[in-house]
Write a protein that binds this ligand. Structure first.
Ligand SMILES: *[C@@H]1O[C@H](CO)[C@@H](O)[C@H](O)[C@H]1NC(C)=O
Ligand SMILES: *[C@@H]1O[C@H](CO)[C@@H](O)[C@H](O)[C@H]1NC(C)=O
Ligand SMILES: *[C@@H]1O[C@H](CO)[C@@H](O)[C@H](O)[C@H]1NC(C)=O
Ligand SMILES: *[C@@H]1O[C@H](CO)[C@@H](O)[C@H](O)[C@H]1NC(C)=O
Ligand SMILES: *[C@@H]1O[C@H](CO)[C@@H](O)[C@H](O)[C@H]1NC(C)=O
Ligand SMILES: *[C@@H]1O[C@H](CO)[C@@H](O)[C@H](O)[C@H]1NC(C)=O
Ligand SMILES: [Ca+2]
Length: 537
């Protein structure tokens, strides 16, 4: 029996075999996968220490090579998922630095492409990492690929992620044949990536021991509807209710003025938007000539953006945005993240005129069709709790794309579902709001970097330079909780000067386990010890 055939017979077995060190060759992977007629190897490439890898512009969402990699084996795999669909996934398999752990990462929006950049970051910790293109190729804001492609929508919904996770684990077990089994499996990603992580543990609680998910796009049908709605509130531009983009800075300034102090410090950061009883009427024009103010009709538009969408029969549809969030992105134009979903995922009809036809009824239609069963809407996370899984979730408090309130809503729904089963969420699911952070990463002045998915830091390969520990790095916090049963009672977010690691730390601040929040006590506000996690009331 040839060595390759012998290896192939190991597939799926948990035996540890002492053979030569792992070989990064096409034959190895072809043989590992020889029993799977639906699977083929796209490429296998050995990347040297400090090497780079990527697929260039064909990987539309991630065209830039990830650099400074540890020595690893880069692998591309294709899986046929139906008669009319297939998906690809990529693996980074570190050579001698493998930490005996697996970590999967996800995608953004409707984007199709392998997330080599985040795989690169997480491989720096020693993880064998995986990302799937979810079965198509597109930018995050382009949903046209879903037209007439229901099987591809299923791949995007959950099938590509799950199939890739299962196959990756099998490949990894065989590839590292002189190592122990995979000790732990993890997930880390944001946005659609957050949805993918929650969906995977809802469908397959055994897939991961721990997940770190940010700003999850978990309520696909309602999120897309609300995204379209936000643009339509402010449409057409000739309507008296229209707010021109040039007015948004003035609105933001009024929100800062009224809502900044509630966290105990006036510092240009709204740490407690839900504790702010905002007086919208302060924005009203005091005379017809006032240059920068709103008419009553315009105020109505703003009310809608910052309040829950309640529709027919007093039904809650989706949360509004947190006070302090910049409405420019969603209210300056009708965003394809909303309109493409209705046209291509729901109605399969590019002539569907959302500008005149869209109402709450369309959200109900979307729920009924449930494109790709993508929504991570199963609030009963008890199976994941029972298998010992841990969830670290976070959401920026000025997320202009996915309302912060949608993560709060999900959390509360899980509380409502599990409390009667005697499950305390703090035992397995902790949630952090990040003041001043936008969608997944980025803040003006606030500390928001925690080394999470989609948070690449300038001047660093991974983690929080100078603070590579479970208090500052959410990946290490997740590992500590899973592997040492030590739950984080807070995290500390970091702001580097110019968001560049080498320039030093500008400020750090605790992120508190929801519903606690950081209140300023005294001292230097840039130091975490000047803040305390306190209950809301
Ligand atoms: C397997 O790993 C052990 C420990 O790292 C090493 O001593 C041994 O030489 C390896 N065996 C082979 C066949 O690579
Ligand atoms: C790593 O690669 C980069 C880019 O090729 C190069 O500039 C740098 O000197 C290398 N660093 C080391 C330590 O080899
Ligand atoms: C990116 O990496 C790929 C694979 O190693 C390589 O073929 C390509 O030349 C790289 N592109 C750039 C711009 O470095
Ligand atoms: C989508 O629309 C096209 C064009 O009208 C039609 O040929 C196709 O059957 C539709 N597909 C689905 C899945 O409804
Ligand atoms: C609203 O309630 C009425 C009366 O119960 C019901 O007939 C109708 O279908 C409801 N509409 C929606 C959109 O839920
Ligand atoms: C930070 O960026 C600004 C604007 O690009 C620049 O003027 C400033 O010099 C930078 N500061 C440092 C310490 O590099
Ligand atoms: Ca403040």
């Amino acid at each position: 029996m040839s060595r390759f055939l012998f290896l192939a017979t190991l597939l799926g077995q948990s035996a540890t075999f002492a053979l030569a060190s792992a070989q990064c060759t096409t034959e190895i992977f072809t043989n590992i996968l020889s029993s799977r007629a639906d699977v083929s190897v796209n490429f296998v490439q050995a990347v040297p220490q400090n090497g780079s890898f990527g697929q260039g512009p064909v990987d539309i969402p991630f065209p830039v090579n990830t650099t400074a990699l540890p020595a690893l084996c880069a692998v591309g795999i294709n899986v046929k998922s139906s008669e009319s669909s297939s998906y690809n996934f990529g693996l980074f398999l570190p050579d001698s630095t493998w930490n005996s752990r697996f970590l999967a990462t996800g995608n953004g929006g409707y984007g199709g492409g392998i997330n080599w950049p985040d795989m690169g970051i997480f491989s720096q910790y020693g993880f064998a990492t995986m990302s799937t293109d979810t079965g198509h190729s597109s930018s995050p804001v382009d949903g046209k690929w879903a037209y007439n492609a229901p099987e591809t929508v299923i791949d995007w919904g959950y099938r590509a992620m799950h199939g890739s996770v299962v196959l990756s684990k099998e490949i990894i077990q065989v590839y590292y044949r002189n190592s122990s089994n995979i000790k732990y499996s993890y997930y880390a990603s944001c946005s659609t990536g957050g949805r993918q992580g929650l969906k995977e543990i809802q469908l397959h609680p055994d897939s991961f021991d721990g997940i770190s998910v940010g700003a999850p796009a978990w309520y696909s049908t309602h999120l897309a509807g609300a995204t379209l709605w936000a643009g339509l509130y402010n449409y057409p531009t000739t309507d008296p209710k229209y707010i021109a983009p040039s007015l948004f800075p003035m609105i933001a300034a009024e929100m800062k003025k009224q809502c900044d102090p509630q966290d105990g410090l006036v510092d240009d950061i709204i740490g407690d938007p839900y504790g702010c009883n905002f007086d919208f009427e302060a924005l009203l024009c005091t005379s017809p000539e006032s240059p920068s103010c709103l008419a009553p009709e315009q105020l109505t538009t703003l009310y809608k953006f910052y309040n829950d969408w309640i529709d027919t029969n007093q039904t809650f549809v989706f949360p509004g945005f947190a006070l302090g969030t910049d409405a420019t992105f969603l209210m300056s134009a009708i965003n394809t993240l909303g309109s493409d979903y209705l046209q291509y995922f729901v109605y399969n009809d590019s002539s569907y005129d959302y500008t005149t036809q869209f109402t709450y009824e369309d959200v109900l239609v979307a729920d009924k069709i449930n494109p790709g069963d993508a929504g991570a809407t199963d609030y009963d996370l008890s199976p994941f709790h029972e298998r010992g899984g841990k969830i670290l979730k976070y959401h920026g408090l000025v997320d202009p794309l996915i309302p912060t309130g949608s993560s709060i809503y999900f959390y509360k729904k899980v509380v409502q579902t599990l409390r009667s089963k005697g499950i305390n969420l703090d035992d397995f699911y902790r949630f952090f709001l990040i003041p001043d952070m936008g969608h997944c990463s980025g803040s003006t002045t606030g500390p928001s970097y925690i080394a999470a998915g989609s948070q690449a830091l300038g001047g660093a390969t991974h983690s929080v330079p100078g603070y590579e520990d479970a208090e500052h790095d959410i990946i290490l916090a997740m590992m500590k909780w899973v592997e040492e049963d030590e739950a984080p009672d807070h995290l500390i977010a970091t702001k580097f000067v110019n968001d560049t690691a080498g320039l030093g730390v500008q400020s750090q601040r605790p992120l508190c386990v929801y519903p606690k929040q950081a209140k300023f006590i005294s001292g230097d506000p840039n130091l975490p010890e000047s803040w305390e996690c306190r209950s809301l009331y």
